[in-house]
Each structure stands twice: as C-alpha cells, then as structure tokens.
Design a protein around this ligand. Structure first.
Ligand code: RIB
Ligand code: CA
Length: 317
C-alpha cells in the first residue's frame, strides 16, 4: 500500500460534510493534516464546534488540528443552509454529542493552509467542501505557496450550470462567488466536483441502514444514525426519493481514488454580479480565453464504485 496522501480539508459542517469528514478520517489512503472551517451552511463558530464534535466521536490518533477561518464571504452575504442542515448544522444531533475535550487552534485557517502548502508543496492535496472564502484568502496571502500544491479538489458549481441554491448556482459557489472566481481562475491545479456528478451519487437509505445495522455499537454508529436521518428526511422532502446525494463525500473520494471520476479540461468562470445568476458556473471546453487557465471539471462518476468505497470505509465495522 502506498503512503497515505497528506490532505487539508476545508469544510462548513454540515450534514454531508460530516459524512465526508468521517470518510476522510477513516480512509487509510488519506493523512488529514488539518481541518479548516469556513462559514457556509452554518456560521463559522457552529461549523467549528461540529468539526470538533465529529473528531471527538471518531477519536482518531493523532487528532488533526482544527482551525477557524472566514466568517464572512468576499461577496455580499446571502442566506445560509440551516433549512437543509438544521440550526446546529447536524440536523439537531449536536446536543447528543457534546464537545468535551477538543478546542480549535488560535491561528487563522488561511495562515495554516499557506503554512502547510509551503511545508508539503507537491505532496499536499486540499479538499474544499464549503464556500471557497478560506482558500481564496490563502491565495491572497501567498499565491506562490498555494500554487505549489499537488491538487485542490473542490465540491462546487456544476459543469452544466445547474443549481441547488438557485436555479443557476450551486450553494458553495452561490455563497461566495467572488472567492470561487478567484480560485477557479487562479491557475491552481483545481479539480471541480460539481452537482452534475454529485447528484448522480445517490445513497439509498435502506442500503445505508443495512451497513449501520452491521456496524459495531458505539459512538460512531450512533452519530452516523443521528446525522443521516435528518439528511435522508431532507432529501425525501425535497426530491421525493429515499436516497441522498453525496456531494461532499464524493469530493473526498475523488482525492482517495481519482479514477472514480472522469475529468475534462475546461475554461470556467463564475458570475459574481448579484441577481438571478449570482454564483452561476460557466464551463467551456472550447474557450480560448488566454487570461484564464483551464481547470479539470468532473464530467462522469462511477457512482456504484463510489458508494461501495463510502460504505466500506465510513460505515465499515
Ligand atoms: O451544494 C452542495 C454543497 O453545499 C455541499 O458542500 C453542502 O455541504 C453545502 O455546503
Ligand atoms: Ca459543505
């Protein structure tokens, strides 16, 4: 087995972020060097508490440090996603899993991201699961260091310009389109994992529950049960199906096994103006915009293989 890949996970936990963090922390192929938190689904402090909560449930050795980042987006703020993730960001489960031991570090997430980029360079992968405010801030603080990393995998946007926050925009890009545009046009080695593939990764509740039933009883099994129920309930209410789209877990899985997705090089841009198209992602295979460097955009996913990886790693006994 090759050495685990050093990663930084930037997140706004968030129900699917929680599932993604569990996948990452339990994967033998990733070495989570830091968890950086950004405001998005919920306010920064709530997201940071949830990251600590998830680590206390997992009780890993060693425990990756948690850093708080940007509370406000670079673009004018818009509504959060408490209607999806609950006021506490975990569908109401947070009260059953209090944070007792761990604390966030005092350093700003963007500074830690830059420091790790300097230290690990071409060995470092950053996986961004929320609005890109922290990543864009890190780029502003030291673009050369950030440009030297192996890859930035981003859950965001959609290759076909569809949206879930609005008709035109995916939530992470809608929340901070200025940050998203900065990152997408930065020249960093970006891989965009958008709704066009994440919405194909539907995890059926019955299949998930079978894995849960087979898990050893303990805090992780209880936590997975507690956060999955509200997420499945939301998906059933919104989409009328007993399955949920695994947006953030797919971005983590793409860092674990890049062969799970097919990517094409495209020139992308993000609408930063306010109004109906705020946060809309435009991806063009043909564009010859000399100014912008192309990014890798996920166009296909092996959904069955991804679901197997997720269940076997996150819910494996
Ligand atoms: O559009 C899906 C993304 O928005 C996910 O990262 C989810 O957690 C929400 O933040
Ligand atoms: Ca997220």
């Amino acid at each position: 087995m090759s050495k685990p890949k050093p990663v930084v996970i930037d997140t706004d936990p968030g129900l699917d972020d929680a599932l993604a963090l569990i996948l990452a922390m339990r994967s033998p192929d990733l070495d989570v060097r830091a968890i950086t938190v950004v405001a998005g689904n919920v306010p920064l402090a709530t997201g940071a508490s949830n990251a600590l909560r998830i680590l206390e449930v997992l009780d890993p050795r060693p425990v990756p440090p948690v850093f708080e980042g940007c509370e406000k987006p670079m673009s004018p703020p818009v509504s959060r996603a408490e209607h999806v993730h609950g006021i506490d960001g975990l569908g109401g489960a947070s009260s059953s899993f209090p944070v007792r031991r761990l604390k966030a570090e005092r350093r700003h997430a963007a500074d830690q991201m830059v420091d790790l980029a300097r230290r690990y360079g071409k060995d470092l992968t950053i996986v961004a699961l929320g609005p890109l405010t922290n990543v864009a801030t890190a780029l502003q603080r030291d673009k050369d260091a950030m440009a030297g990393i192996r890859e930035l995998v981003v859950m965001g946007g959609s290759a076909d310009s569809r949206g879930n926050a609005t008709a035109a925009a995916e939530f992470n890009f809608y929340s901070d389109p200025s940050a998203a545009r900065t990152v997408v046009r930065s020249g960093l080695p970006v891989t965009l994992v958008g709704l066009n593939v994440t919405e194909k990764t539907l995890l059926p509740q019955c299949r998930f529950n079978r894995f849960l039933d087979a898990m050893q009883r303990g805090p992780l099994r209880s936590f997975l049960a507690a956060v999955s129920c509200p997420y499945f309930d939301f998906c059933r209410k919104e989409q009328g199906i007993d399955a949920c789209a695994m947006h953030d877990p797919l971005a983590i899985a793409a860092a674990i096994d890049p062969a799970l997705i097919r990517t094409d090089l495209m020139q992308c841009d993000i609408v930063v103006s306010q109004g109906l198209t705020r946060g809309m992602m435009l991806a063009d295979r043909e564009s010859t915009d000399a100014e912008a460097s192309p990014v890798r955009v996920a166009t296909e996913v092996n959904s069955d293989k991804f679901i197997e990886l997720f269940l076997g790693t996150a819910c494996g006994s």
